[in-house]
Design a protein around this ligand. Sequence first.
Ligand code: CTP
Ligand code: MG
Length: 231
Amino acid sequence: MPDFFALIPAAGSGSRMGDELPKQFLPLAGRPMISHTLRSLCASPRISCVFVVLAPNDGEWMRHDWSEFSGKLIVLECGGATRAESVLNGLKSARVASSISDNDWVLVHDAARPCLGKAQLEKLMDELADDEVGGLLAVPVADTLKRSDTANRVERTESRDKLWQAQTPQMFRYSLLVEALGRTGGIGMTDDASAIEALGLRPRLILSDARNLKVTYPADLALAELILGNL
Ligand code: CTP
Ligand code: MG
């Protein structure tokens, strides 16, 4: 039986957040944001090991106490210039640092999604465990979609039929994900599934909900804190 591993890319700078501190370390409900992300993944007994991918010049990680995750956490300081690079570098280092093998599942999950619920995580693993390709958590688009011109005037309204917002975790077999990211270089891609799609494969969408938001802008912090208090 394949094992489940998780990999958390945490080498971004959080430019849209506009804080000097990379957003994954910003305080959220009294702890660094990434510690909530780690808790959600480390708490699952099905996940044997959680890799965190830091920027090589990270100066923040070591300022905090991570002992509650010892035994399950492996820190890799090999982040790259893009998310895709960080994930690919992390996957390659994980091979050296652990017993992960070709057929094992990897759940790639953004450090900046600290509100992942237990039910969503378990559902993703349950529904994809026998899948040929793998897939991701996602939410059907709820708002009406407008396409703009360069002056921010509505050019037209787009149909939202069959449109989904991709979240993480995104779950694929180790060797397939390494091949996909290696072949495409991840250029212009903001998630892992895009690289799999570029191979001609069709990842499955697993229904999630809006609580698993990605903290991107300052206003998202307050929202994340509210959600964490109600998970
Ligand atoms: N990430 C990474 N390596 C990069 C860029 C992003 O590991 N070179 C990680 C981030 O740390 C984050 C996740 O990928 O956990 C999702 O990326 P995003 O939300 O875009 O974070 P940032 O790139 O840090 O933010 P921004 O795009 O606003 O600069
Ligand atoms: Mg980014």
